[in-house]
Design a binder for this molecule. Structure first.
Ligand code: NAI
Ligand code: 13P
Length: 338
């Protein structure tokens, strides 16, 4: 679908990804307002075309508007992008309930599972905003790459195919290509779990266990992602796409990934305080619990949880993974087999 008319886009969150997505919306020709709660960020965005706290060193395009006032950001919006950390999504959705223009879709752009409930972000959104059309945007996309206008492709998913296609058209621009999907669950699961697996891959790298171990960890981690996805009813093809395998490839091998960097620090035994947002650290525990409760074999996700909770060291976890009973590589309980 081609690009659509000039719309009003409200972006909730003035962090790295919120700013980058606001730039894509602007470049797609839309009037774009960022709601940020930090006054210094609002001022920097409005007056200096920069976001020194979250996107240092990147000069932003002219035309972005930012406000601390939620009602002002949402007034007249045709589409809202929610770009705050997954664990804060519920609070922010509660704050915006009552302020949303009727019929305007909400696009969830965070990657995670709610730690306290095990809910996907779309489930939380439906619970709090039952009248609002819900979508999700996910895929391999570092904020700095997107902000710099480097070519990027993502998936925009909504259960309603017309909505998914409309949003993909709305948000696409020459450097930002959105594919549409109706597999909202699959797109969300891929984005949430790849963060946990990026921590695992980073930990292997940080502990100096070698590139071969890292490749094995990512590959077997992907098997776990597909198993969990199958349980949630995700389409296996979605998980092979941008929001699953694509994002896993990106984040499991690049220091640009905050989750990978978090894993590297973990593997080296460095101090973890002061590191940037690593959503996988918040999702690991609940993902492991979901796997256990549904009798899904997910030893890597469980190992990340155990390491983060201090129940295991990385070397113990890797030794345990290597000592698991031998089995067929393809004899798996996944979408393909169920
Ligand atoms: N940075 C990236 O390259 C990408 C990030 N994402 C996802 O986007 C989400 C946000 O990530 P980033 O923007 O990169 O994080 P960030 O750490 O750069 O920014 C987070 C923003 O959320 C705000 N925030 C935090 N708690 C809040 C609350 N309770 N109420 C309102 N605002 C709050 C912060 O003030 C900040 O503006 C995450 O789920 C991440 O996985 C997805 C794709 C790419
Ligand atoms: O999700 C991302 C890229 O697609 C960003 O990854 P990190 O949150 O690990 O930096």
């Amino acid at each position: 679908m081609s690009q659509q008319r000039r719309a009003r886009i409200a972006v909730l969150g003035g962090g790295a990804w919120g700013t980058a997505l606001a730039l894509t919306a602007l470049r797609a020709g839309h009037a774009t307002t960022i709601w940020a709660r930090d006054p210094a960020t609002v001022e920097a965005l409005n007056l200096r075309q920069e976001n020194p706290r979250y996107l240092p060193g990147i000069r932003l395009d002219k035309g972005l508007v930012s406000t601390e006032n939620l009602a002002e950001a949402l007034a007249g919006a045709d589409c809202i992008l929610a770009v705050i950390p997954a664990q804060t999504m519920r609070d922010v959705l509660q704050e915006i309930s009552g302020l949303l223009p009727v019929g305007a879709p909400l696009v969830l752009c965070a990657k995670g599972i709610e730690r306290s409930t095990g809910r996907l972000l779309s489930e939380i959104a439906r619970e709090i905003l039952p009248e609002t059309p819900i979508a999700a945007l996910s895929g391999p996309s570092f904020a700095t790459d997107v902000a710099r206008g480097l070519p990027t492709a993502v998936t925009v998913a909504a259960q309603d195919p017309a909505l998914a296609a409309r949003l993909a058209g709305l948000l696409s621009s020459p450097s930002f290509r959105c594919y549409s999907s109706t597999d909202l669950t699959g797109v969300e699961i891929g984005g949430a779990l790849k963060n946990v697996l990026a921590i695992a891959a980073g930990a292997v790298a940080g502990a100096g266990l070698g590139a071969s171990a890292q490749a094995a960890m990512v590959t077997r981690g992907f098997v776990e992602l597909r198993r969990v996805g199958a349980k949630f009813g995700a389409d296996p093809e979605t998980l092979m796409g941008l929001s699953g395998l694509g994002d896993l490839i990106l984040t499991c091998g690049s220091d640009q990934s905050r989750n990978f960097a978090y894993g590297v620090a973990l593997g080296r035994g460095d101090d973890l305080s002061g590191l940037k947002l690593a959503e996988g650290a918040a999702t690991a525990g609940i993902a492991a619990r979901i796997a256990r409760e549904n009798e899904i074999e997910a030893p890597i996700i469980e190992a990340v949880d155990a390491i983060l909770a201090g129940r295991s060291t990385i070397r113990e976890a890797v030794a345990a993974l290597m000592a698991r009973p031998l089995k067929s590589e393809t004899d798996e309980d996944m979408g393909r087999a169920t």
